[in-house]
Every structure is written in C-alpha cells, then in structure tokens.
Design a protein around this ligand. Structure first.
Ligand code: DAH
Length: 341
C-alpha cells in the first residue's frame, strides 16, 4: 500500500533540499537537479499519482503541495548554484594570482652610500628650517678659497689647509692659483656675489686636502657650509640656529654650545659642540659672524648687512650616526660593509 501522496512529496522535497545543501561542486548540484526535478526526478514522478486521488479537493491540495515543493527545491538549487559559482571563481583567482614577491629573488636594489644619506638628511633638516641649497665648483681659485675669505697670500691660516694645487696656468689664472677647494667656505662668496640678500643658504660639497688616510682623516671628504645674511643678524641668531639644527637632526634630547675660537673669515668666531643625552660632547664644526672683509668680497656693504656662517663635516655625521670607528671603511667599497647601512 502506497503512503499518502503528501507524505511522499514532503519526503522527496526534504531529501532534495538536504542533497542540495550537501553538494560541494557544480557537477554534483547538476546531478541533484536532474534526480529531483528531471524527467524521472523524484518530485516529478509523484505527479503521475495525482490522477489516482479521490476528490477534486484532494487533487488540488496535493497539486499545490507538489508545486510548492518543486519551487522550494528550485530556489534552493539557484541559491546553492550561485554560492558554488562564486567559490569557484574565487578559487580560480587565487590559483591565477601573480606572486610579485618573486621579484625579490632576482638582483636586489641598492641604496645610497651612507655619506650620501647623511648629506640628504642634512639638506632635509635645513630645508625644514627655511634654508635653500647651493653648490659650488670643486676646482677653485686662490681668490675664492683664500683671498676673499680674508686670508691674503701671507696669511698663516693658509698653511692649516694642506692644499692640493692643479698645474693649470693659462689665460684664466696664474700658475699656483688653481686648486682643489679645501673647504666649502668659498661657496659663501659665490652665493653673495650671485644672489641678493636676505640669504639663508646651506652649501654641501666635496672638499680636498693633502692628507694621508687614517682612521679619522681622508684626503677627500665632505662639508656643509651655512650662510645667513640679513639686516640686524646677531650672534644670538647663530646660536639659536645651531641649536634648532641640533635638535632637528639629532633629536630633542641633544643640546649645543659655542666655544670661542679663531677663523679668518668670521669675527667673532666659535667652535660648536653638540651634547649627547648622556652628557658627553661631540666637536662638530666652526662658525661665527661673517667678517666685514668677507662681506665686501661678496659685494655686500657691511654697514647694511650682517650675517653668520658655519661649516662642518658630513662624513663625521655619518660616522657619528652609525658608530663607525674607522672612516676608511666608508670608502673601501667593500659591499659587505656598505650594504649594512
Ligand atoms: N671652513 C672651515 C674649515 O674647513 C670651517 C668653518 C669655520 C666654516 C667657520 C665656516 C665658519 O663657515 O664660519 O675648517
């Protein structure tokens, strides 16, 4: 004896829904679709039993139940199909994704030399303080390197710079007056001659001295020069600028001090030191109020303009920052050393 049609419809529907939910591939789902709703599907074959039902009402009720069951399974199939399609697409994308990190396996990118890094950082800090950048030539004349900086030919301070001379002589300069600049200070003169004050400028560059390389000296090294020319500039502006630079470059826990010193191109002159948070001092460079003779050589009237200047070593900053004992290591081009910074 057959069970009541309504019970069979409900059973076929529930079995269909369970199998739809359990399908994990689109193929499996297509099979379920055929087995439940296909020509000989479990719900479809039940239709043939409608005719054997007694009353019209019974037929109607059973027909509606069949229709609702078919709809429920069809809907579940549609929803599940969309889920499985989405999952299949995601899996495909994941499988086809390009692993760009593979590039790292190839040649690695290099980076700027540690002195260049220090140079750029110094520029950044001074630009942040409102300065502009200028550069001058590495081959200079006696005039710019010495004379205009208040060091006439007989000046004893000249001997402090172990100067490398070129053997150039000709229409542009006399013999023994063309040299490799021993400091960046000559750029001060070139800046004053070229641009109108107010001047707030830093001038980084490569400098040369006749020195035998040792742990703390190289015949080629780098300096950064500072020049401020304006009306009413005093030593207080110099001290304030040095301190602002110190804090911006090294950090807020560092301080600075000026100690009296002598330079031909400044009056008064000072040496400036930086104090580390542990209380120890680093000697950094020279500074002072631009000497009236230097202003005049730059084409400026000392009655109208005043200013300060400073200069210090860039290599020293890189060495200080990274705790490098021997300056020669920075120039050995040993990649095992260089790539650490
Ligand atoms: N030019 C000096 C040197 O190489 C450093 C220096 C000292 C630069 C005092 C300055 C300054 O501008 O005012 O030793």
């Amino acid at each position: 004896m057959d069970s009541p049609l309504s019970a069979d419809v409900a059973a076929a529907r529930d079995a269909g829904l369970t199998r739809v939910a359990a399908s994990v591939t689109l193929d499996e789902l297509a099979a379920v679709d055929a087995e439940v709703l296909g020509k000989k599907g479990s719900l479809v074959v039940l239709k043939t039993r409608l005719g054997s039902l007694g009353t019209v009402d019974e037929k109607k009720a059973a027909g509606q139940a069949l229709h609702a069951a078919t709809q429920a399974v069809t809907e579940a199939l549609t929803v599940r199909r969309e889920e499985l399609r989405r999952a299949a697409r995601a899996a495909q994308l994941e499988a086809e994704r390009l692993d760009l990190t593979e590039e790292l396996v190839g040649p690695r990118r290099g980076h700027a030399h540690l002195v260049t890094q220090a140079w750029h950082r110094l520029e950044d800090v001074f630009i942040g303080l409102g300065f502009q950048i200028a550069e001058g030539p590495e081959v200079e004349t006696d005039f710019y390197n010495f004379e205009a900086l208040n060091m006439p030919r007989s000046h004893p301070a000249r001997s402090g710079f172990d100067t490398l001379f070129t053997d150039y002589h000709g229409p542009l300069a006399e013999e023994g007056t063309v040299l490799l600049r021993t400091h960046t200070s000559p750029v001060q003169i070139r800046v004053m001659q070229t641009i109108e004050p107010p001047i707030y400028m830093v001038m980084p560059g490569r400098v040369f001295r006749r020195d035998t390389p040792d742990a703390t000296h190289m015949p080629v090294f780098h300096q950064i020069e500072g020049l401020v020319i304006d009306r009413g500039i005093t030593m207080a502006h110099l001290a304030g600028t040095i301190d602002a630079f110190t804090k911006a470059f090294f950090g807020g826990a560092f301080t600075s001090r000026l100690r009296p010193n002598y330079f031909p191109f400044t009056e008064p002159s000072a040496e400036f030191d930086i104090q580390r948070p542990d209380g120890s001092w680093i000697e950094l460079g020279g500074c002072g109020m631009v000497h009236p003779n230097v202003l005049r050589a730059g084409g400026l009237d000392p009655e109208e303009w005043s200013g300060f200047a400073f200069g210090f070593g860039i290599d020293r900053m890189a060495r200080e920052r990274h705790g490098i004992d021997d300056i020669r290591d920075m120039y050995s081009n040993d990649i095992r050393f260089i790539e650490q910074f």
